[in-house]
Design a protein around this ligand. Sequence first.
Ligand code: H79
Length: 576
Amino acid sequence: MKQHTTIFFCCLLMFFSLSCSTNKTTDGQEEQKSTSASMAAWQNHKFSMFIHWGLYSIPAGVWNGEQITGYSEQIQGHARISKDEYTLLAQRFNPVNWNADSVALLAKQAGMKAIVITAKHHDGFNMYDTKYSDYNVVDATPYKRDVIKELSEACKRHDLKLGLYFSLIDWNYPGAKPFTSVRNSDSIPAAHHQYNLHQIEELLTNYGAISELWFDMSSPTCEQSKEMARLVKRLQPDCLISGRIWNDQGDFAVMGDNKSPEFQMGTPWQTPASMFDETWGYRSWQKRGDVKVKAKDKIRDLVNIVSMGGNYLLNIGPTGDGKVIPFEKQVLTEMGKWLKVNGEAVYGTSVSPVPSQEWGVITAKPGKLYLHVNVISDNKKLVLKGFNSKIKRIYPLANPSIRLNGTQDGDNLVIDLSDINASEFVTVFVIEYAGDLQYTPERVVRDNKAEFILTAENGTSYHSYSGHDYYSLHPTVVKIGWYLPKTDKSEYMLELSYTKAHLNKELRIDINGQEYFITPDENNYLPNEQCYRKQLGSVKLGDAAFNLIELNFKDQSNPHKDLNAEGLTLRLTVRR
Ligand code: H79
């Protein structure tokens, strides 16, 4: 017999304790933390604009008449251009076609909620008026205008958040050069670190509220990462920090370029994406292909990422004279048109407890599931596996007056799409259901109910990333969750096995919302099993229609730290 488990789908009050939050400032005060409200607001952006624009946009991937491969924003390294020669580009930077308002309006029209622009890329050229270097857009170019200032004002006018990309390597810094053996993960000399701190202070002081600081590359020491994070939080507690500040000091994890995670994430995260895999900065000779094909690709990436709880940061590369190229404008316009119709299935949604299916992905709001269908099958039937809630109505989001028929076939819902015209990109259907969401979770621990043995293997792992730099970054498990079927036995003895790696690290166990804390100690070592064991006492199961158990660290000041999940086992045994 199939086990039907009722999942109470509640408006999840996200609990995000931010990294570095336990760091003390030099005067012993607890430093400022971002509020969970600013994190929730950031997570609800879903779709934002990335802009790579700088001196490199002038050569646009061509040097001495030769097409240079490799990211065009890194042409200084790829074409082995000397510092002296590269810095001359500043004299040619006069982007008369740049218009901060029309860029902001394009982002709005595309359905984006924020813009993140390169304040400084690896070439070290400052796109803002810094007093710590003359190599900046105001002092070194005929343009003489502070690009970041103008964009910050345009963003305010058009109700967009502004984030800033800030490279932690700087090929123009005395002693530095592009493409050393560590491939953009150079360490930061003390004087350069001070320069970075000064610039972070300028960026967070002179341009109003900054919603995210997008650090990138380099290999700072732990102390350098912490110092930068502390400075950010002191100046703007609501400014979120990208994971590429390294050393687990970021507020959100950044996926690899154009990558989505292969697992469920346990921390806020973002995918940075370029229009073309080959470059972020404008490349004049880029083969661009068809606008509709690209728009479809990017809409599908957007909904995939949103369905997994992430944010999508999609890049444009304006030309050296400040134009957004027509291809990129058209792709964003197509995405905006789709979002105008289907935005309800993107903004304000959360991860659906019902997992993605062959035909596409699912997003959720209380009482609603949004089915994002890539292809409607020839038989015009859409099968939603494992769904058995009471249905109020089903309709296409593009035309809510149409009623679709859904019939229950065992554990599956079959929706009839006979009269539906598919969108050329992704067609969204809405299921409104009554009461609690009922579905069969993919993984339920089905032991004999007298004893449950919970391991990383039979649970769901939630991930983040941890590491010192781009090349050492690795996925971590930051939480494990298990669904247990409804039981009639209410009292269980709870026991935890753990390894040396867990000693003295306080753990939190959440059983149906009730918290328990346990500090692994050395008291009871079992040599045969090569682990320690500790009894936690008696807990209750079975009151609810399902049981949800979660295990993670009590201290969430580093939400990226690995639990060493494979060494943890929870055992629940019925008390007689
Ligand atoms: O801004 C964009 C990239 O320019 C920047 N991050 C995104 C958002 C980035 N900088 N470095 N990397 C990404 C990592 C790639 C470095 C390498 Fe290479 C490319 C290593 C090997 C190939 C460049 C060429 C460095 C050494 C040789």
